[in-house]
Design a protein around this ligand. Sequence first.
Ligand SMILES: [Zn+2]
Length: 65
Amino acid sequence: MSWQGNQRDAAARVEFVTIRTSAEAVPCPEPGCAAPAGTTCTNLLTGDPLGYLPAHDKRIKEARG
Ligand SMILES: [Zn+2]
C-alpha cells in the first residue's frame, strides 16, 4: 500500500467518524433501529453496531437538518 493510499484511507476514516459523530447527536428515525442520541445505529440484519455506514441515511440527513 502506498503512502498516498494510507493518507487517503486516514482521511476516509476521519470523515466516517465526523459523519457518525454529527449523526449520533440526534436520535435515529430509521424504523426498527431508533437508536437514541449518543448511541451508534444497529445493523438491522445482524443486530450488531452499524459498521458499513456511519449511521442510517435518514439519521445522517436529519443531523444535517
Ligand atoms: Zn439507525
